[in-house]
Design a binder for this molecule. Structure first.
Ligand code: UGA
Length: 472
């Protein structure tokens, strides 16, 4: 049996909150610290600031037991053996990560250290952050033998964060001393030993008792770079397939077939090869820019990443052009929109390509009816409802009497729509799909004019504009 360890997690954003709940789930005592009193109160009462599968039931399972929420970092530091820093690292005006929250938390932790602690970076941070944290703590008068700084990057995706945490491909531990790595290994022992997966109420996923996740022990710098490089590589994969999609579109091939063919090569792998309107979210855009910035700082010109960003930006513009080519003019047109979050399965609208497109439609004078299963209230804060912008509570209401329907993220619910009903709900049966959720031949059978990404467009009657190959 794994011995419970007391840890503090500083920051209750996506990473901090999911890590806190999951560490409690695997048997540890967790003190989750945030300086936002209202948020702490909400969490104590069982409320959640984010939409994430499994989190509600896990929070209610642990919040009156092994998991507590507080604003008191001093007391949490004193009680914990390891303190995870999971505060935000937003993008600064230069594209680099703004580490002022990490700096402030490190100083505060330093002022509370009274016995040996492992300070663990969980936020996505540039290489060298580890050394800066060490320096900050030393500057505050803490003796070198009272702490270690380690790096334990997180690879969870929003929407599947809990499963990603509990069933990881790998656990990366960057530590400079055995003392630090031993504590972190003990912390993850319920997963790496397979013990957790035996539990009757374990959250199901790809890992099992006979196939537990491996640990990769690295230097702290390597762990920091692994996180940035992983996100930058995944973003590169997406921009790559989007560029290939544009070639497919011009050549009259289907990018889905091409992606399948590429992905079957085990050296490439089929994941993250879904063409669409580009990546968004709080991680990829920020981390690609931050990694490019890190490269610059150490004297490396990582021009590839500039290209990745450029393709991603152009992908939205191309999609918008496609909408224009289907509608001819915009002013006064009624557009149904499915999806506002940066992807399906989440309520997060940060850097959402969907919202960018909605904003452009509004700027062009369209009247938009939008539906997203989870992101409505967040979207309303950025694009308030009004005569031009309506939020509706189901996909058919978005399509009602619309001149066209746009699919802007990939909720499963959208892929399962009743196409017959959709057809008679729309004013014109035009669907422009930015996430390739539908089979073009099925759409044709149902009488739709259907445009998607990287696949030949279909129209019942050849349309003078949409049947032309796209230009850019
Ligand atoms: C991403 C990484 O996948 C996680 O491993 C990482 O831990 C996380 O960032 C982070 O750094 O915190 P996330 O931002 O939640 O996770 O979302 P993803 O599922 O990776 O999707 C990112 C964007 O890429 C979305 O807009 C999605 O629609 C788009 N995407 C993804 C594609 O356009 N095509 C694909 O094939 C896959």
């Amino acid at each position: 049996m794994t011995q419970p360890i007391t840890i503090a997690v500083v920051g209750s954003g996506y990473v901090g909150l999911v890590a806190s709940v999951c560490f409690a789930e695997i048997g540890h005592r967790v003190i989750c610290v945030d300086n936002d009193e209202a948020k702490v109160r909400m969490l104590r009462e069982g409320g959640l600031p984010i939409h994430e599968e499994h989190l509600p039931e896990m929070l209610s399972r642990h919040r009156t037991g092994r998991l507590e929420f507080t604003t008191d970092l001093h007391a949490a530091t004193r009680a914990a053996q390891a303190i995870f820093i999971a505060v935000g690292t937003p993008q600064s005006s230069t594209g680099s990560a703004d580490l002022s929250y990490v700096d402030a938390v490190a100083s505060e932790i330093a002022r509370s250290i009274n016995s040996y602690k492992v300070i663990v970076e969980k936020s996505t941070v540039p290489v060298y952050t580890n050394e800066w944290i060490r320096r900050v703590i030393e500057r505050n008068g803490v003796s070198r033998d009272l702490f270690d700084v380690a790096s334990n990057p997180e690879f969870l995706r929003e929407g599947t964060a809990v499963v990603d945490f509990l069933h990881p491909d790998r656990i990366v531990l960057g530590a400079a001393t055995d003392r630090a790595s031993d504590l972190l290994k003990a912390l993850y022992h319920p997963l790496t030993s397979g013990e957790y997966y035996r539990a009757a109420n374990a959250i199901p996923g790809s890992r099992s008792e006979s196939d537990p996740p491996p640990i990769l022990l690295t230097s702290t710098k390597a762990a920091e770079i692994i996180k940035h490089a992983s996100n930058a590589f995944l973003a590169t994969k997406i921009s790559f397939i989007n560029a290939v999609a544009n070639i497919c579109e011009a050549a009259g091939a289907d990018v889905e077939e091409v992606a399948r063919g590429i992905g079957m090569d085990s050296r490439i792998g089929g994941k993250f090869l879904r063409a669409g309107i580009g990546y968004g979210g709080s991680c990829f855009p920020k981390d690609v820019a931050a990694f490019r910035n890190v490269a610059e700082l150490v004297g490396v010109d990582f021009g590839l990443l500039r290209e990745v960003e450029k393709i991603n930006e152009e992908q939205k513009q191309r999609f918008f052009q496609k909408v224009r080519s289907a509608l001819w003019t915009f002013r006064g047109k009624k557009i149904g929109v499915l999806g506002l979050a940066f992807k399906g399965g989440t309520d997060d609208i940060r850097e959402s390509p969907a919202l960018d497109i909605v904003q452009k439609l509004l700027d062009e004078g369209c009247i938009v009816s939008a539906y997203d299963p989870a992101a409505e209230s967040r979207a309303k804060e950025v694009v308030p409802p009004g005569p031009q912008m309506r939020y509706v509570d189901n996909p058919y209401a978005a399509a009602q009497d619309a001149d066209a329907l746009l699919v802007l993220n990939d909720w499963q619910e959208f892929a399962e729509l009743d196409l017959e009903k959709l057809h008679y709900t729309l004013r014109y049966p035009i669907v422009i799909d930015g996430r390739n959720l539908f089979d073009p031949s099925v759409m044709l059978q149902h009488g739709f004019t259907y445009l998607s990404v990287g696949r030949p467009g279909i129209a019942l009657q050849p349309d003078p504009v949409t049947s032309l190959p796209s230009k850019s």
